[in-house]
Design a binder for this molecule. Sequence first.
Ligand SMILES: [Zn+2]
Ligand SMILES: [Zn+2]
Length: 263
Amino acid sequence: MFKKQLLFYLERGECPACRFAEESTEVFYRWFLLEYYYSGPMLSSLVEGGFCHRHAWELEKRQAIQVSSTFEWLARDLSQKLNRLLSETKGRPAQRPPELCLNPISRIWPFSWLCRIFHRKRSSLRALAFLQRKEPCPVCETIRASSAEAVTLLIKWLHDPEVKAAYDQSGYLCHEHFLLALKKAPPDLSAYLTERQLRNLAGLIAGLTEYSRKRDYRFAHEPRGVEQLAWQQAIRFFAGEKVRSDGTSAKNPGQDGYDGQDG
Ligand SMILES: [Zn+2]
Ligand SMILES: [Zn+2]
């Protein structure tokens, strides 16, 4: 994340880590639909994990019909795995006779019974092991890596007077990214970030209090203002920015128009 990107989001009072992750997600989908949807490394990764529920349905929202070949590959791979599971299940005895257990005590009831249960459970777990997810969802991973990078760069850029002034004025991190920043920041910066976050939190509490007050019938006649959005701001604060990954996000100077130099 570059200084222009950072300032853009700080001046809008938005969490730069959430927004940078959103931009990175857009870049991922763009490349996935251009090229990655049928690339070897991507398919190898997807057969070991695949998209999570949320990000798989993003493909449907984007009318990404070219991924039919991706899903054909995944379906064929899964079919092979299930056939392997079936042949292993049919070829394996459901129970191991207690007399075959190595421990002689297992031949005595109730240990023989426990031996059978344990053997059956272990066999089914082994058979299912190759079906378990081993790779993360590639979009979730993009979000995790890019937001972590954004937080690292924010900490670095807070030594810049212009960025520091913008953060003083309207700096904001959602709760998750604030916690991440605390883990990465040196102690003096942690105190500064916490003070700024307390100011954000005080504004949120004031908005929620005012919203509740105006829900009271005695004050319901008063004109409604920004406090009507306080409950949405609370969701945003605790869960992160609302994703606008449908091409409608505000144009960020750090995306296509960036001139390639830091600052
Ligand atoms: Zn965030
Ligand atoms: Zn995901």
